[in-house]
Design a protein around this ligand. Sequence first.
Ligand code: AMP
Length: 195
Amino acid sequence: MRIVFLGPPGTGKGTQAKVLGKRLGVPAISTGDMLREAVRRETALGRHAKAIMEAGALVPDEVVIGLIRERIASPDAARGFLLDGFPRTIAQAEALEQLLEDNGTPLDRVVNLAVPEANLLDRLLGRCEQEGRSDDRPETVRERLRVYIEKTSPLVAFYEASGLLAHVDGFGSVDDVTDRIERALTRTERTARRA
Ligand code: AMP
C-alpha cells in the first residue's frame, strides 16, 4: 500500500496518517516531522530549514526529495508507506512519480482531506497553544495556508488526472474521519479493479 495524504495544514493529515499506518502496518512518513527532528538536533539540514519553516515557506524541492528518496528506500518501507506532507509541489510530485516508477512500485491512492478554511484556522491556532509549534503562530499559519493554495493545491488536479484521487471530508472526530478514509480506500480499490 503506497498512499499520499493531501490537504491543507490543519486538516489532521498527520494524525490520520499515523492511525492508518498502524492499522495497515506501514510507516507514516512525514517530511515535516523529519525536518523538525533535524532542527531539534541542530544538524546542517536543521540549521538550513529552521528559518524557512518558521516563516511558513517551503524547504527547497531538492532537499525534501532527497529526504524522501532515502526514507522510502529503508527496509520498513518496502511493504508500503503513507506520505504526509509530501509532495507539496508539482516538481515534488513528478520526482516521486519518477522515483516510484524506477523502483517498479507505483502509488496506489491519493487521499485528499478537506475541511472548511474557517475550521483550519481554528485548528491551527488551537494547536499553537497546545503544542507550542513555532510555525503555528498566527502570521505563519496564514502564510502556510497561502503557500498551500499557491503551491500545493494544484496537486489535486494533478492526481485527479491520474485517477488515484479519493476526496474525504476531514471534518469530525478522529475516528469518524479514519472510517471515512478506510471506506474511500476500499471504494477506489473496487473502482480501480473494475478499470
Ligand atoms: P508540516 O508538518 O507537514 O506542516 O511541515 C512543516 C513545515 O516543514 C512546512 O511548513 C515546510 O516549511 C516544511 N516542509 C514539510 N514538508 C515539506 C515539503 N514536502 N516541501 C517543502 N517544505 C516542507
